[in-house]
Design a binder for this molecule. Structure first.
Ligand SMILES: [Ca+2]
Ligand SMILES: [Ca+2]
Length: 344
């Protein structure tokens, strides 16, 4: 009977080796034993599972084949949900779905005790592989910080970056930016450029999000524009060709006598000894730095206000006047105005 029993035991050992190559380990003759390297780690995929799935075989077989073994598992739950369990024969199952973006690694412990008093344990490292289950997320406000025209006069380029993140890993989190649409419109004194940027990850299949951003250019007109986006960094480079918005009235300074009221260039009401004020008329939406009144091609006065007051005019004050307006974005020169002073 004893021979028969040993024969049966060894036959069972051979079948078990073929059918269960993972984690097979002969229980040592000592009071404890170790599991093999193959029961140290495994990898599972995040996401839902339909039925419990075997992920590791941590069985132990006695060379005697006479003892009964009891397997238990520690740390098989997460947030009150049982994720892993171990079967009566030492196979570890995944019972519930896992989210790699919450837990990317589990460490569980397998304990085995035998009816003949032997026991052992092993730690099983479970790594979670990523699936592409998160689209990119765009950060920041839709409206970008406004830009003043005085900073981008003429042909200038502006750079700003679309900030986005994808919480998946690897290719599933690598982003690609594509400029899909731009629109330019005028809102009061501002030029507004709106952008639609497609942000896509490199997953299979890819997931994407559309970013909407608006750029306000204050106090200006910038009709010629070209926009490009760097596919990997999300940096948008906008090239503008902006117009000067400083407008002279182009009729020259206007003048008024303190006696006769406004003078026209062909009027004849200003006499020696009168006081006269000339105005430099202009329209501007940028800061004016200075006004120069130029009389007979010589600078008569330079000032930060648009007035030229001449007290007790003489005939030598007569002649052509023009004003030059200098702003933060350049200069304009008015047409000539002829000031006629008549002798008494
Ligand atoms: Ca993703
Ligand atoms: Ca993921």
């Amino acid at each position: 009977m004893e021979v028969t029993s040993e024969y049966t035991s060894h036959l069972f050992t051979i079948i078990y080796l073929i059918g269960s190559p993972l984690c097979f380990q002969v229980l040592a003759q000592a009071n404890s034993t170790t599991f093999g390297d193959k029961c140290n780690h495994t990898t599972i995929m995040e996401g839902p599972i339909r039925t419990p799935k075997a992920i590791a075989n941590c069985s132990i077989l006695s060379i005697n084949g006479t003892a009964d073994y009891r397997y238990t598992l520690l740390n098989g739950s997460y947030n009150g949900i049982q994720i892993f369990r171990i079967s009566e024969v030492g196979v570890v199952y995944q019972e519930s779905e896992v989210d790699r973006e919450k837990v990317s690694y589990f460490l569980i412990f397998i304990y085995v005790t035998s009816s003949d008093g032997k026991n052992s344990s092993v730690q099983l490292n479970i790594f979670v592989d990523d699936i592409n289950d998160n689209p990119p997320v765009i950060f920041g406000n839709n409206t970008l910080p406004s830009i003043s025209l005085s900073h981008i006069m003429g042909q200038s380029s502006i750079e700003f970056q679309i900030m986005a993140q994808d919480i998946d890993s690897g290719e599933n989190s690598i982003l690609e930016y594509t400029l899909t649409y731009t629109q330019h419109y005028i809102n009061g004194l501002a030029d507004v450029v709106s952008f639609l940027i497609n942000v896509s990850d490199n997953g299979e299949p890819p997931l994407s999000t559309v970013a909407f951003k608006e750029l306000y250019i204050m106090n200006g007109r910038c009709p010629v524009q070209k926009h490009t986006v760097n596919a990997s960094s999300g940096v948008i480079t906008s090239l503008f060709l902006c117009n000067v918005m400083l407008v002279s009235n182009k009729t020259g300074p206007l003048s008024s006598s303190n006696k006769t009221g406004p003078l026209l260039s062909n009027s004849s009401g200003l006499f020696e000894g009168d006081n006269v004020t000339m105005y430099c008329l202009y329209i501007s939406n940028v800061d004016i730095l200075s006004f120069k009144f130029i009389n007979n091609n010589k600078i008569a006065t330079a000032s930060t206000n648009p007035f030229l007051i001449i007290m007790n005019v003489t005939i030598f004050d007569g002649g052509t006047y023009k004003c030059e307006i200098e702003s933060s974005i350049g200069k304009v020169l008015s047409d000539d105005y002829y000031l006629l002073v008549q002798g008494k």
